[in-house]
Design a protein around this ligand. Structure first.
Ligand SMILES: Nc1ncnc2c1ncn2[C@@H]1O[C@H](COP(=O)(O)OP(=O)(O)OP(=O)(O)O)[C@@H](O)[C@H]1O
Length: 512
């Protein structure tokens, strides 16, 4: 992919003394970073360490503070003057977590979106458009047809289509740097390595990659170089081969990792949640119990209905049939308020849409489902509300102040606040849909400790996670959801990586 004739593509991109100050927050302080041609460079750091801010400056979305500079080959630029147009013309391309694809359109339309389509006789030359996109897909070794609809592709292939859209300009102006922001967060476990192998192949053919992630195993397996940020400062850059997991965690957190050995739970109380014959969305007939003190994980392919189970149980959508009981008493279906009052709490997958109230402060978000506690005779006891918020900010290590609008917190810190809110109500049943997405390695351990504490106190947990390590760490029992039903189940020591792959992903092979 390196073209010796194209200086830009073979250029090192270097940031020097990059700073960014928001009112009251120094998000980046004198950060320098350089990505050499053909390098797979990972950017890691705790929640709020400045990764997204750095990416947004590269994209020209935020202007950096005066004083820093960006070097692209022999050219130098003032960082406070970068614009989205500059970024594009400099050949910097981004794949965000939201891939920005149009699922109902074809691969060709998605790859060419935003660029001039080939034309013939006054109209779009679709044959040429498809041929050119197929050539690109073949060159990038992406095994899909230009004619396919994006919605029919596997999640990892959808990500590769977003990559192809970025790399379509590689033969014209060159793509100097491909930036990926946590691209594997929503991928099924069996598709992660395939995507990373493909990206790694692009970098060995000359494509520079800046890769942001919280998944340290990906960094250790695939990156050439790792840069660690902490609290907005550059901490370390070195070849990935010089790190092991421990040293990486220590650099990110600033201290040696505290490894917790999980004690297997063996005794459980009576059922706190009973789901019987649930039908709704993709669910045809879902029946299971969760006992007090038990974490039950739902495993299944994307689209198998894990989120539907959570939403139907919570009453956020009304099921077509079946029943949900909490501690033996049946819930009226479709009544979220009743579900909350009976001790259910949900941490939803779509944090920005369903989890955080983005226009409210951190304090208001934390007390949103327990606001009744602070009401006395028509007054809201703001001092108590704030005191509790500050306690949660401390307990969960939320980086941000109680008064700040939650929208100003980094993604991982918003997730911690949504989790803290669910825990506040001391739930009988905790429904956790991807509870640690975007959360850093230290906070992840804190969240696991909170889950363990809730379970030790007699709560039952229903967990949906695409992170296999998380599932193996937390689950006492795993239920596999396929074709709208629970198709298999394992508990205790029978829950292994192999069992999950055999029972979740083999199902896909058998049905295709
Ligand atoms: N628009 C904003 N206004 C005020 N502060 C902001 C804004 N955007 C980010 N910040 C602050 O800047 C700091 C760095 O945030 P950033 O989003 O870059 O972190 P991050 O490393 O991407 O975190 P995460 O891993 O949680 O996504 C945080 O303290 C955050 O609260």
């Amino acid at each position: 992919m390196v073209d010796a004739a194209s200086g830009r593509r073979a250029s090192t991109l270097a940031l020097a003394r990059l700073s960014k100050t928001f009112p009251g927050t120094r998000a980046l302080a004198d950060v320098s970073l350089s990505v050499a041609p053909g390098h797979f460079h990972a950017l890691v750091g705790g929640n709020g360490s400045g990764k997204s801010t750095l990416i947004k400056i590269l994209a020209g979305v935020y202007s950096a503070d005066r004083g820093g500079s960006l070097h692209l080959g022999d050219e130098s630029f003032d960082v406070e003057q970068l614009t989205p147009r500059w970024s594009r013309e400099a050949g910097i391309r981004f794949v965000h977590q939201d891939l920005g694809l149009f699922p109902e359109l074809t691969v060709t339309e998605n790859v060419l979106a935003g660029s001039p389509f080939p034309r013939r006789l006054g109209g779009i030359d679709w044959s040429e458009a498809r041929r050119s996109v197929q050539r690109l897909l073949d060159a990038l070794e992406i095994p899909v047809h230009a004619r396919s609809l994006v919605r029919d592709l596997r999640p990892a292939d959808q990500t590769l289509i977003a990559v192809a859209r970025c790399l379509r300009d590689r033969d014209s102006g060159g793509v100097g740097l491909l930036v990926l922001d946590e691209p594997t967060t929503r991928l099924p476990a069996d598709e992660v390595d395939g995507l990373l192998q493909r990206l790694s192949a692009y970098s060995s053919r000359g494509q520079s990659i800046l890769y942001v992630t919280h998944r340290l195993d990906e960094v250790l397996s695939y990156a050439d170089t790792v840069t660690v940020l902490r609290d907005g400062r550059h901490v370390d850059t070195r070849p990935a081969a010089q790190h092991d997991r421990e040293s990486l965690v220590a650099h990110i957190a600033g201290h040696a990792p505290a490894e917790r050995q999980r004690q297997p739970r063996t005794s459980f109380g009576p059922a706190v949640l009973s789901v019987e014959g649930l039908r709704g969305g993709p669910l045809e007939n879902v029946t299971f119990d969760i006992r007090a003190g038990e974490v039950v994980a739902l495993a299944g392919l994307v689209g198998s209905g894990r989120t539907s189970v959570m939403q139907n149980v919570m009453g956020a959508v009304k099921p077509r049939g079946g029943s949900v009981s909490v501690s033996g008493r049946r819930l009226r279906s479709g009544h979220v308020a009743e579900a909350i009052s009976r001790g259910l709490a949900l941490v939803p997958e779509e944090r920005a849409r369903d989890g955080a109230f983005l226009s409210l402060s951190v304090t208001e978000n934390l007390s949103a489902s327990t606001i009744g506690r602070y009401r006395r005779g028509g007054w809201l006891r703001r001092t108590d509300e704030r005191r509790d918020a500050e306690r949660d900010i401390d307990t969960y290590g939320i980086k941000g102040t109680a008064d700040a609008p939650i929208a100003r917190l980094s993604g991982g810190n918003q997730q911690k606040a949504v989790m803290a809110r669910a825990m506040r109500s001391a739930p009988v049943v905790l429904l956790l849909d991807e509870p640690t997405q975007g959360v850093d390695v230290g906070a992840r351990a804190d969240i696991y400790a909170q889950i363990d504490a809730a379970v030790a106190g007699g709560a039952g947990v229903l967990l949906a996670t695409s992170d296999l390590d998380e599932l193996l760490h937390l689950a006492d029992r795993v239920l596999v959801l396929a074709d709208g039903r629970i198709t298999s189940e394992a508990s205790g020591p029978d829950i292994t990586r192999t069992w999950i792959f055999d029972n979740v992903y083999q199902h896909e092979k058998a049905s295709t």
